[in-house]
Structure formats: C-alpha cells, structure tokens
Design a protein around this ligand. Structure first.
Ligand code: GDD
Ligand code: MN
Length: 379
C-alpha cells in the first residue's frame, strides 16, 4: 500500500471504527426494507459522525432480501451488522435480540423506513449521558413533535386513542407510549429484557409497564415522516396484540397476550355458527343437519383465523394445515364434552343457567387455548 492509500484508508469508516469504542447501538428491526436501509445508514453516519455508533439490522428473513443488502453493507462498514432470523416474525422479539447482541452502554431502537427523525439522536444520547434520564423517547406528542405528516386521518386517530388507552393501563404520564423510537441505558435494558414479551409490536409500552414508575423518562419531540419506500406492517393482528398486551399488564401477567386473539376468534366462530344455522334452517334443513353443518364450518373458520392471526408466527401450510385442522377439531370435540359436563354439574348446584352456561364456555375456551397452543401451533 502506498502512503497515499494508507492515508485514504485511515479516513474510511472501517479504519475509524477500530479506534472509537462503540457508545451507542442502534437496533433497526426490518421486514422488507431493502429500499430504505442504505439511506438510513448514510444518514446515521451524517448525524452521528465520529460518535462511536453501530447499526444492528435485525431482519426476519424478509422475502425482498433485506438481509442480503444488509450483509453487503456490513462487509464494507464494520459499524454495521445484520442478524438474520429464520422462522420467526415479530417486531418486539427482533428489537430484544438486537439489544442483546451488543454491549455498548446505550441502545436505541429505530424503524428502518426513515419515518423516525435521526437528527434527534445526538440530543437523545446527550440526555442519557447527562445521567438525568434512564430512557429517552422520540415523541410525536410533545412540543416539537408531530404525527400528521406520516399518518392518514384514521391512523392518527387510532394512534392517539391507543396512546390514551395505554397511558391509563400503564399508569404513566408518558405521552407517546406507542412510539417505536427510543434510547435506553444498557444496564437497565439488560435488567428488563428477561421480563419483556417477545411477541407483539409495542416494545416501548412493555418496557414502561415492566419498569414501573421508578424509571426516569424524558421525551424529545420530532416530526413523524412519511415512509420512504415499501409498506407498513401494522395491521389488524398488531392491534389485536396490543389489546392483548394491555390486558396482560392489567391482569398482572395472568392473561397470556395471545389469549385475547384466541377469544375474539372464538366469538367470531359463534357468529359464524349462528349465521350458518340460520341459513340452513331457512333453506329447510333438519335441525340436526343444520347444527352439524354450523359446527363444522365454525370449527374450520376458527382454525383458519387462528392460523393466520393468533398464531401467525407459527402458521401452518399445506399438509400441516390439514393435520392441524384435524387436531384442532379433536381438541374442540373433547372440550365440547367437558364444557357440557362442567355446565351440567354447575347447573345442578346453582340452578342459574347463565352462570352454568358461561362456566362451561370459559372452561372450554381455556382448554382449547392451552391445548392448541401446545400441540397444534407449537412454535
Ligand atoms: N424484524 C422485524 N420483524 N421487523 C419488523 C417486523 C417483524 O415482524 N414487522 C415490522 N418490522 C419493522 C419494519 O420493517 C420497520 O422497520 C419497523 O419494524 C416498523 O414497522 P412499520 O410497518 O413501518 O410500522 P408503522 O410505521 O406502521 O408503525 C410505526 O408507528 C407505530 C406507532 O403508531 C412504528 O414506529 C411502530 O413502532 C409504532 O408503534
Ligand atoms: Mn413505518
């Protein structure tokens, strides 16, 4: 190498990275973000410059090959790493693994689609380093913050209502509890991590709930931008998980997060059942035939919905779908017998049909949930 080449090499990020210890890890969870991550890395470099930083891209084996792009970035710049997870989906789990994969004293979580404003990162880091806060949140709901540009009206309303609901459930003054943009001290993150939920979207809400009121939190306003490329992954499943998380926290962890989804699917099955029964009876079918038909269809519909919503991460396909359906039907049949048994026993003692009926349904639902989770959709 000539002297000139050496001098050039010394100025490249790779040469610098060996001299500056990592102070801040930025965890970027990704799913189909290949068009965005190069630009994000470039902007982080512009904003953080020679602050010792690294970017950990945690990709859930995106079909668009985000991980291939990330790995090729990582080959050129040692400040960038990529963790490719196979057979798993989930924003919270991805963030947690990214945090655990590093050892710097401060960790941030940031979306990979450029909606979060990277220019507030130095201010967030300063706030932690001064020692007055344990957690700093990039917030759309405090002064200097704004969510209007990145969201449509409906999303704005959902987001604001969600924030209000979670403020109540989490008993916190934090405005933007739904933010996906935050920075935390490593020692505190390490302490909390074993207690956090790996499925779900709301890792910040979970951190706030788990840490309790002793956590010193600060919010820094920023303006939520429009997504750069690709599309949002926030959908009905995410909303369901969030509801599950809130109920899980309210009940002190007794109610599993995915039970809410399972129970709602159960309610939808009841509606399907009654609808089929109605149509079949109108068409002049005998009651036994109509009821049998309604039962079978509602079992298939419950199975399909649970498979694509409640248990999306361990979704069954092809032959495993058929086998799963048969197992699910068997589990439901056993629970139907148990349900009738419990309800009859209660009715003989209580004589109130509504209490006895509900007890039977509840016991059936808990059995279906527990056994299906363990045997049909074991992750
Ligand atoms: N590894 C991984 N696995 N990453 C995921 C997954 C997943 O299953 N699902 C989404 N992501 C990544 C996306 O690629 C993106 O980088 C980031 O997580 C946020 O996902 P978006 O799909 O862009 O979410 P959003 O913009 O609709 O929601 C934003 O606003 C919410 C508040 O209303 C996010 O900032 C959320 O975190 C925030 O709670
Ligand atoms: Mn987004």
């Amino acid at each position: 190498m000539s002297l000139v080449q050496l001098a050039m090499a010394a100025r490249t990020p790779s040469a610098l990275a060996h001299r500056i210890p990592t102070l801040l890890t930025i965890v970027v969870p990704t799913y189909n973000e290949r068009t965005n991550i190069r630009l994000l890395a470039k902007r982080l470099d512009q904003v953080l410059g020679e602050t010792g930083w690294e970017m950990v891209i945690v990709d859930d084996d995106s079909p668009d090959g985000t991980h291939a792009v990330a790995k090729s970035m990582a080959r050129r710049d040692p400040r960038i790493r990529c963790l490719r997870r196979i057979g798993r989906r989930g924003l919270s789990g991805a963030c947690i693994e990214g945090m655990l994969s590093s050892s710097s004293p401060y960790v941030a979580v940031m979306d990979g689609d450029l909606q979060h404003d990277e220019t507030i990162l130095p201010q967030m880091l300063e706030a932690l380093r001064e020692g007055a806060s344990d957690l700093v949140i990039g917030s759309r709901l405090v002064e200097g913050g704004d969510a209007a540009s990145g969201f449509g009206r409906a999303r704005q309303w959902i987001s604001a209502t969600g924030a209000r609901l979670s403020r109540l459930a989490l008993r916190t003054d934090v405005r933007d509890t739904m933010s996906g943009f935050f920075m935390i001290r490593r020692d505190i993150a390490d302490e909390l991590v074993p207690k956090l939920c790996t499925d779900g979207f709301k890792i910040l809400a979970d951190i706030l709930a788990t840490a309790g009121p002793s956590l010193r939190v600060q919010e820094v306003g920023y303006s939520f931008r429009e997504r750069h490329g690709g599309e949002s992954k926030l959908d009905a499943k995410v909303a369901l998980d969030f509801l599950g998380l809130i109920l899980n926290k309210i009940t002190g962890g007794t109610l599993p997060v995915s039970f809410v989804g399972f129970a709602l699917v159960g309610v939808s099955g009841l509606i399907v059942h009654l609808a089929v029964l109605y149509v079949a009876m109108q068409a002049g079918a005998a009651f036994v035939a109509a009821q049998t038909c309604a039962t079978l269809i509602s079992i298939v519909s419950n199975f399909a919905l649970n498979n694509s919503l409640t248990y999306r991460a361990s979704r069954l396909r092809g032959w495993r779908w058929v086998r799963g359906l048969l197992m699910f039907s068997a589990i439901c049949s056993i629970s139907a017998v148990a349900n009738i048994g419990v309800a009859t026993w209660m009715f003989e003692r209580e004589q109130t049909w509504i209490v006895a009926g509900l007890a039977g349904v509840l016991m059936g639902a808990v059995w279906n949930y527990a056994v299906s989770t363990k045997f049909v959709w074991r992750a």
